[in-house]
Write a protein that binds this ligand. Structure first.
Ligand code: ADP
Ligand code: MG
Length: 232
C-alpha cells in the first residue's frame, strides 16, 4: 500500500509503503520507465544487489517492474535528508560534523572495499535515522554508482560535488570522486555553505570555474570558531 511521498530527486520519487501481509513499512523508489532511463535503473539495481549489508547503506529489499515503472523497495529511513537537518539546525558543531563524516567515510570505505564507487555523495543522498544531528547516517541513491574497475558515468551527477578532474574529457570516477564529495559535505556541515558556491546562486559555468581553481571560499564568519584541524 503506497503512502506519503518521502522525497524526490532527478530520477525517482520515493514513497512510504506498507507490506500488506506483514504490516512492515518500507521506502519505495518509483522511476518511470523510459528508454533513456532503463539502463540507469538496471544499473542502480545491480549495484545495490552487489552491495553487502552495512549499517551506513539503506538496504535494497526487493524490486519490481511494471509496464510503466520500476520499483525499488528499500529500508525506510525516517529522519529526513542531511540537507534538511542543515536547514533546520544551521551549521553543525565540529563534534556533530565528525560524527556524521565518520559514518559517511565508513560507508564509502565499505563500498570501495567491494570495488564500487558511489559517485553521488551529497547531503540529499545522506539520510538520518532521526531528525537533526545525532541520528545514524544511511547512504542512498546508487543511480550513479559504478565499478572501480570499469568506471562509467551513466547519468549526470551533481556538478557541485564533482572534483576538478571530473570535468575533463574521458574522465572517470573512482575513490577520489567520493573522497572529494565527502570533503565538500564536511565543509558544508561546518560552515552552512558550499565551498565553491557560497551564495548558492552560481550558474554551472561559474561553479565549474571555482571548482577547477580548487580554492574553497573561507571568507565567512562561520569559520571564526573552527579549529585549524577541522579546516585542514
Ligand atoms: P534520485 O536518484 O532521483 O536522486 P534518490 O534515490 O536520491 O532519487 O531518492 C530521492 C529522495 O527520496 C532522497 O533524497 C530522500 O529524500 C528520499 N529517499 C530515498 N531513499 C529513501 C529511504 N530509503 N528512506 C526514506 N527516504 C528516502
Ligand atoms: Mg538522489
Amino acid at each position: 500500500i503506497m503512502g506519503e511521498e518521502l522525497g524526490a530527486g532527478a530520477f525517482g520519487t520515493v514513497f512510504k509503503a506498507t507490506h500488506k501481509k506483514t504490516g512492515k513499512v518500507y521506502a519505495v523508489k518509483v522511476m518511470r520507465r523510459r528508454r533513456s532511463t532503463e539502463e540507469i535503473v538496471r544499473r542502480e539495481v545491480a549495484m545495490l544487489q552487489r552491495v553487502g549489508l552495512h549499517i551506513g547503506v539503506a538496504e535494497l529489499v526487493d524490486h519490481f517492474e511494471s509496464d510503466d515503472n520500476f520499483y525499488l523497495v528499500m529500508e525506510l529511513v525516517t529522519g529526513g535528508e542531511l540537507f534538511d537537518a542543515l536547514i533546520d539546525n544551521g551549521a553543525f558543531s565540529e563534534q556533530q560534523a565528525a560524527d556524521v563524516i565518520r559514518q559517511v567515510a565508513d560507508a564509502a570505505a565499505f563500498l570501495h572495499a567491494q570495488g564500487l564507487c558511489h559517485a553521488d555523495i551529497k547531503p540529499e543522498n545522506l539520510l538520518l535515522t532521526e531528525r537533526g544531528p545525532g541520528g545514524l547516517i544511511k547512504l542512498v541513491d546508487f543511480g550513479l554508482a559504478t565499478e572501480l574497475r570499469s568506471p562509467k558515468r551513466s547519468k549526470p551527477g551533481t556538478w557541485a560535488y564533482w572534483p576538478p578532474e571530473a570535468f575533463g574529457d574521458g574522465s572517470s570516477c573512482g575513490k577520489p570522486t567520493d573522497m572529494w564529495a565527502i570533503g565538500v559535505v564536511l565543509f558544508i556541515l561546518l560552515s552552512g555553505y558550499h565551498p565553491f558556491d557560497p551564495s548558492g546562486k552560481a550558474d554551472d559555468a561559474a561553479l565549474q570555474s571555482c571548482i577547477l581553481k580548487g580554492e574553497p571560499d573561507w571568507d565567512d564568519p562561520a569559520w571564526a570558531h573552527d579549529s585549524p584541524e577541522a579546516k585542514a
